[in-house]
Design a protein around this ligand. Structure first.
Ligand code: ATP
Ligand code: MG
Length: 235
């Protein structure tokens, strides 16, 4: 079943469109990545899904419902949670307080104990202030917080950004565990290897458009085009 479908989405910030005709589909229960260099429109695509900006043209549908033009609280209520690029941790609140912050608006929310089950490190750190966490711990906290709502679609904006290789592996394992339980996930990344390792299908963006997509196995073999659009050598 297709859970999310973007069809010819054009969106921007008033001074001309940043994304120009983005189409993509995500099957329920899969992990899909959206790759591209700096400034190609990855975050803008996520913003047009959650409703921070609304598409000037095209449609976003979620579980067959047209959600184009929905406000962020409405897409959240439909079951879409975004972990933003800056992670949005409250620095003066403790880990457990950060996990208590979300307005959980569902009958089958996940308890804080369940979140600690995914991220045991967070339980150890439950009384530490957000500001004292490492980048990796903050990323886990941000994902854990998004999971409280038990979303049907989890959007992750560059979860590996700024993290050491060892920590990237930890974050990747946590994402895989969540995915194995059936969560549908869209991961935006610049780290091609990390993204291809955790997803089954990938879309590649350049200049506000999808220029290539395929199964991650197919894409790994297309080194020439990966190099062209992403500048990677090793996948
Ligand atoms: N709030 C905004 N107002 C105006 N222009 C913006 C805004 N946010 C982003 N842009 C512009 O839109 C373009 C795409 O930005 P976007 O953040 O979607 O790219 P990205 O692929 O997520 O890049 P990065 O990998 O650096 O996060 C850029 O040229 C950026 O300057
Ligand atoms: Mg971005």
């Amino acid at each position: 079943m297709v859970l999310l479908e973007l069809s010819d989405v054009h969106a921007g910030y008033g001074g001309g469109n940043v994304i120009n005709g983005v189409s993509l589909t995500i099957e329920e229960g899969t992990v899909v990545s959206l790759l591209g260099r700096n400034g190609v429109g990855k975050t803008t695509t996520l913003r047009s899904i959650v409703g921070v900006i609304s598409p000037d043209r095209g449609t976003v549908s979620f579980d067959s419902l047209d959600i184009s033009g929905f406000e962020p609280h409405e897409t959240y209520k439909q079951g879409i949670s975004l972990v933003p690029e800056d992670r949005g941790i409250f620095p003066d609140l403790t880990v457990s307080e950060n996990l208590r912050v979300p307005l959980v608006d569902t009958d089958d929310e996940r308890s804080i104990a369940e979140i600690y089950g995914y991220f045991p490190k967070l339980e150890e750190l439950q009384d530490s202030k957000g500001r004292n966490l490492s980048g990796g711990e903050q990323q886990m906290l941000a994902i854990g917080r998004a999971l409280r709502q038990n979303p049907r679609l989890l959007l992750l904006d560059e979860p590996s950004e700024g993290l050491a290789p060892q920590i990237i592996e930890d974050v990747g394992r946590a994402i895989e565990t969540i995915a194995e339980e059936g969560m549908t996930i869209l991961v935006v990344e610049q780290n091609t290897k990390f993204a291809l390792d955790i997803s089954s299908h990938a879309y590649i963006m350049a200049d506000g458009q999808i220029v290539m997509d395929g199964s991650t196995n197919e894409l790994r073999d297309d080194e020439e085009r990966l190099e062209k659009y992403l500048g990677v050598h090793e996948t």
